[in-house]
Design a protein around this ligand. Structure first.
Ligand SMILES: [Zn+2]
Length: 267
């Protein structure tokens, strides 16, 4: 963000202190010592004067450790990587150190940077891992009611219960009412913070191909998921399902702006 004359306020996600905001004085001058180091999605080594109980720290130096070249030059990868950063910003509070999340973000940006194709798969896998880190990954292996394995299962699809992250197999999901995910997505949040969708304890239907891809996202390594292929219909289903799941489980979650940009890129 622009700040007072020629300065900038920059948000960092740090290994040591979690999310931090700092002022970079003179960063918008043409011959600024900060140069390109303050661009989004750049890994930097930071020198700052950190004072307790101060919202804005003073950044005195930022040196680039790694710049993801493909992310910055490729219009397919850029919105995907921006979505990762945006999600990170929304899901974290300032000064809450989380070294696992820090490592996951680095691994995710690297995987997007190197993805030969399907960079968006890395974002989907990242979202599932974030759920895992915060302790509410959906249980995609077995039916919660009968315990049957969902691996390689065929049929008309399963039911995902968002609050519990539980799956009901085709045999057990018959009597469960389901909501239209597209409608749930457009439901506005109430004044009390919780979305209407959450209040109604959303259950949605998930097609078998979408379930199997989600299972692969959850189990494979981040770089490997770029090899997973699916059609546009399944892609939409995956995106809507993860969106709803994250929105249900994270208070702060709202639709991502970067992903809208991604849709524009697809058209
Ligand atoms: Zn079952």
């Amino acid at each position: 963000m622009k700040f007072r004359g020629t300065s900038k306020i920059v948000t960092f996600y740090t290994r040591r202190y979690g999310k931090l905001k700092g002022v970079a004085k003179g960063a918008r001058e043409t011959k600024s010592k900060f140069g390109a180091a303050l661009e989004p999605m750049t890994l930097v080594s930071l020198v700052l004067y950190k004072k307790e109980h101060r919202d804005l720290q003073l950044i005195s130096q930022a040196d680039i450790l790694h710049r993801h070249k493909s992310i910055h030059s490729d219009f397919d990868r850029m919105p995907v990587a921006l979505s990762v950063i945006e999600l990170l910003n929304r899901l974290t509070h300032e000064e809450e150190e989380n070294s696992l999340l820090y490592a996951l973000v680095l691994e995710t940006l690297d995987a997007i940077d190197r993805a030969p194709r399907n960079a968006v798969n890395v974002l989907f896998a990242f979202e599932l891992r974030v759920c895992s880190l915060f302790g509410f990954a959906p249980a995609l292996d077995r039916c919660v009611a009968c315990g049957r394995s969902l691996e390689g299962l065929e049929g008309k699809g399963v039911v995902l219960q968002l609050p519990r992250g539980a799956i009901y197999c085709p045999a057990c999901s018959g009597p469960i009412p389901v909501f239209d995910p597209e409608r749930l997505l457009t439901v506005r949040r109430s004044h009390h913070g919780a979305s209407e969708a959450a209040e109604r304890a959303g259950t949605i239907r998930l097609s078998m191909p979408a379930l199997q891809i989600l299972r692969r996202f959850a189990s494979g390594n981040l770089a490997g998921v770029t090899g997973l292929e699916y059609n546009q219909e399944v892609g939409n289903e995956l995106e809507v399902t993860l969106r709803l799941y994250l929105r249900y489980h994270f208070e702060e979650f709202r639709p991502l702006r970067s992903l809208k940009m991604f849709h524009i890129a697809l058209k």
